[in-house]
Design a binder for this molecule. Sequence first.
Ligand code: URA
Length: 239
Amino acid sequence: MERLQKVIANSGYCSRRKAEEYIQNGKVLVNGKMITELGYKVSKDEVISVNGTVLENHEKEYILLYKPRGIITSNKDEKGRKTVIDLIHTNNRIYPVGRLDYDTSGLLLLTNDGILANLLMHPKMHIPKTYIAKVNGMVPPVVLKKLCNGVVIDHKKTGKAKAKVKKYDKKTNTSIVELTIYEGRNHQVKKMFETFDYKVLKLKREKYSFLTLDGLSSGQYRHLTIKEVKKLYSEVIEK
Ligand code: URA
């Protein structure tokens, strides 16, 4: 049994504070009965509605998606473009944990567990994210070193990172660089390379914390195991 406002917030419908407001204002029904008491506890099989919307099964769901390029990381797109949610069959209201650009592929977590999602996205958690970037030109050690020590993007220095060149293709004059960052700023990888006038031609996230894309092809997804969910929690709770 869990407190009603917590169940509503965990479903992703709204924040816990907002849920409390809805409860107090008589906007929440449990099995069709209005509940205005904040301490009210509900079990898994009770039907909860908020503002007339029935919350889908409030079981927690954790999905690891291999996001293809050309898909929006969002629940809805005003231009009607395909979103990551369109790729997943679920009755739950799930949300992406952070975002990957439209033209970035790779590992994206989605969940209706708002607590874990917020913890993972919190900047102080420093969750490692490993990207493979194809960039124009050759990337010398001095640039790698600067990428690792931090560069200024949007008036703020990036944190420590790890970078190595995996391959240089003489014919196309392009490099494949593996970059691990511990933050999640907007277009961070592209902007980090841009500070040295490199253009990221292709970008893929290969790793998120200990999770990888192993066994998945582009567009496929799988549910995390309980062990993986616990491990993710332990990564953020110990910090
Ligand atoms: N950095 C970027 O520039 N783009 C992404 O999609 C992810 C990280």
